[in-house]
Ligand binder design. Sequence first.
Ligand code: SF4
Length: 450
Amino acid sequence: MKKIDVKNTYDLKIAGGPEEVVLDYEGSDTYGVSPERIKYIKPKLVVKAGDSVKIGTVLFYDKKNEVNKFLSPISGIIKDIIFGERRVIKSIIISSDKKNQQEKITGPLSSDSVKDKSQEDIKKIIQNGGLWSSFIEYPFNRAPNDADNPPSIYVSLDNDEPFLPQSHMFIEGHESAFLTGLNALRVLCEKTYVGMSEKCKVNDPTIREQATHQIIGDYPANDPGVMLYYNKTSEKENDSWGIRAQDVIRIGMLIETGFYPNKRLITVSGTAVEKPMYAWVQDGLPIKDLLSDISDFQAVRVVAGGLLTGQKVLKDDFINYRDYAIHVLPEGREQELLHFFKPGFHRPTVSRTYMSALLKDKEWEMNTSLNGGHRACISCGSCVAVCPVETYPQVTMKSLSDNDIETAMAQGVLDCVECGLCTYVCPSKIELSEIVTNAKNMIAKEVGKA
Ligand code: SF4
């Protein structure tokens, strides 16, 4: 197995991680999905209020990439479609009929028979099964188009961002689905690589032997984009695809059963949660049902996804298509609040400014306070020291402020995996990650990938 030793990573020691206890969540009467929360798509509705749907009925698709479909996680009736400003589709609300009726998407296939299918067959199954957005096409982090064929596919077995589910928790009981999903990926592309963290706790030898690379390093070493950065040998590989192991399992479940897999293992964590833990939930579950112990939502901030890369959600939101973690932080006391992924620690230090640098194993409690205001860049180099793909975020920011995209590209802006670490460590509280991502989006538009 090849080793990848990622140079710049960061061990985020944060309190409130989940215990390895799994709850099965009760169903709700009402579910929902939020197209507004899905990045880089233009949703086109297929249903209207009053329609009956089954698990797996298409609710909407991306107008710019019609094979990227999003399916109903529940059977019932479309109760309401909520629009925001400029007719943005905020949420589709579904009343459950509690019958769990399912649309048949494909005939069930065994792990071995998948290998006999064509690339086109596998694409169609994944697209019709609503799982096409499990793939990220680099460098612009969007779902691929139907005509795209990946030069290589990178699968990350492990998650190192707090507090996404750990591989030994989500693989157990789903080994077969993982192997089936992996076989399907290998039909899509022979060069399918699997990265496994050196800290991986999966014991099953059949799973472990799928790994082609051992990944050494902390967050975000196990990001598929980081593996691509270290493994690629030619420019042609820059538009490879990435996917997480949990999504490979979902693809395997779809293939083995022929139905849309509408349940997922998530973590519910954070110091504002009474009992941080794992939970099996149905997609579309209301956040307020999941967090029924929280009595005052004004006093907390709920983040869906990883702590540095997730999205702020409200109690009236739902578990959405890409949510594998829910984190609940106490709100800070400062008036000025910024983006959620820049929370103020009590006094942790990346640049070793504080005595806390001596407390190596301490887990820090986070809240949403910034502990101070914005300042100009002081060229301290903290962002460069943590960037896993060796870009120069502070220099890129300056190039971009001069509209010098070419220099930014030469500095590797397209390799950015949007991990958020540069923003997190910046002592001047500059939204570096957002600046770099915006630059990538500008380039995506220019090359017709937006
Ligand atoms: S530029 Fe920032 S967000 Fe992008 S990979 Fe480097 S540290 Fe992560």
